[in-house]
Design a binder for this molecule. Structure first.
Ligand SMILES: O=C(O)CCC(=O)C(=O)O
Ligand SMILES: [Fe+2]
Length: 342
């Protein structure tokens, strides 16, 4: 517990040496430019307006940026606010109250930890505390979730369901856009959902530290709520740029599995999180993924339609995760393992 950044960060004036990243991996400049033309997609229009136009916006943004933001997404503002409140309350509880969830074991399904999933093996730590738990199907997991704050399970349970529904609606737009058959994203492609609540406390020298190292999301799709504090940066045209938070909008990230399924038509964007010295930052990421035995491959219908060869061989998600672990921080290298050269 004493390793959690929030346990000791108020007592230090300088960044401890084991939190200082090598110069080429950390952020030297806090004032990187804003991601321009980050598409803001109005999802309501998919129902009441020109659905095809929304589909094209989603596809275009996924191709150009690997990321977009959504408004009028159907998750109600109060629920987002209450969930953020639950997260803040949780992280601000005393260490005694959180102790039962804290674990250094990367295999524990619901856990509170600090830095990355494997603190014990990393040489430099991230400026970040994390609560991570599966949430689908809710009744299977909810009993493992925090018991305090007392409304946590109720509020976060509702949030996880609504955000899951949002992910499925976006996946459906993508499926239609790629002209895949209706059952393409069947149950197995989306039957895992993880919720990751992050707390990035203020840092005395943000130029030395990172909240999360550069990475690609090793899932199908991510829905991120980043509150009102910036910190998320994406690699665009060889440059790190900021994704500014927009009140009640979600950031949608195309995961690496979707890049493979779309045979590289959709991009997955490299991103990282920087720290700041002023305010704590709280974010909630919902990842839709799959089980370890699911086979991932470029959609055959897409290859036939476009008359093109597959860029990736078929692989099990288990093998992908293994490669992901081996190439930590080098997300491009993970997919290269499965790339068909030619
Ligand atoms: O907290 C954030 O802003 C981003 C989190 C993220 O990229 C992740 O958890 O994969
Ligand atoms: Fe991420």
């Amino acid at each position: 517990m004493e390793k959690m950044v929030s346990s000791w960060c108020n007592t230090v004036k300088f960044v401890p040496q084991d939190y200082v990243f090598p110069e080429d991996t950390r952020t030297e400049d806090q004032t990187v430019p804003i991601l321009k033309n980050c598409p803001m997609i109005d999802l309501e229009k998919a129902v009441s307006g020109d659905r095809n136009d929304v589909i094209q916006q989603v596809l275009q943004a996924s191709q150009d940026c690997g990321l977009f933001q959504v408004i009028n997404h159907g998750v109600c503002d109060d629920l987002i606010k209450d969930t953020m409140e639950m997260s803040k309350e949780f992280f601000n509880m005393s260490n005694e109250e959180k102790a039962s969830l804290y674990s250094l074991d990367p295999h524990k399904s619901c856990r509170l930890y600090t830095s990355s999933f494997d603190y014990a093996r990393e040489s430099i730590h991230l400026w970040r505390d994390v609560l991570k738990h599966p949430c689908h199907p809710l009744e299977e997991w909810v009993d493992l979730w925090p018991q305090k704050p007392s409304k946590y399970r109720d509020v976060v349970g509702k949030y996880s369901i609504e955000v899951r529904n949002l992910s499925l609606r976006i996946l459906e737009l993508i499926r239609e856009g790629l002209e895949l058959k209706p059952e393409y994203f069947g149950d197995e492609m989306k039957d895992v959902q993880m919720l990751v609540l992050s707390h990035y406390p203020p840092c005395p020298d943000p130029s030395l530290t990172l909240g999360i190292l550069k990475h690609y999301d090793p899932y199908v799709i991510t829905i991120l709520y980043q509150g009102n504090m910036s910190g998320l940066q994406v690699m665009k045209d060889g440059q790190w740029v900021r994704v500014e938070p927009v009140a009640n909008a979600f950031v949608v990230n195309i995961g690496q599995l979707l890049k493979v399924i779309s045979n590289g038509k959709l991009e997955s964007v490299e991103h990282r999180v920087v720290t700041n010295s002023k305010e704590p930052r709280y974010t909630i990421a919902s990842f839709i993924g799959t089980r370890r035995d699911t086979i991932i491959e470029p959609a055959k219908a897409l290859l036939e339609k476009d008359d093109c060869r597959p860029l990736y061989q078929a692989f099990s998600y288990k093998d992908f995760l293994q490669a992901h672990k081996e190439h930590r921080g080098e997300g491009e290298a993970t997919l290269k393992v499965f790339k068909i050269e030619g």
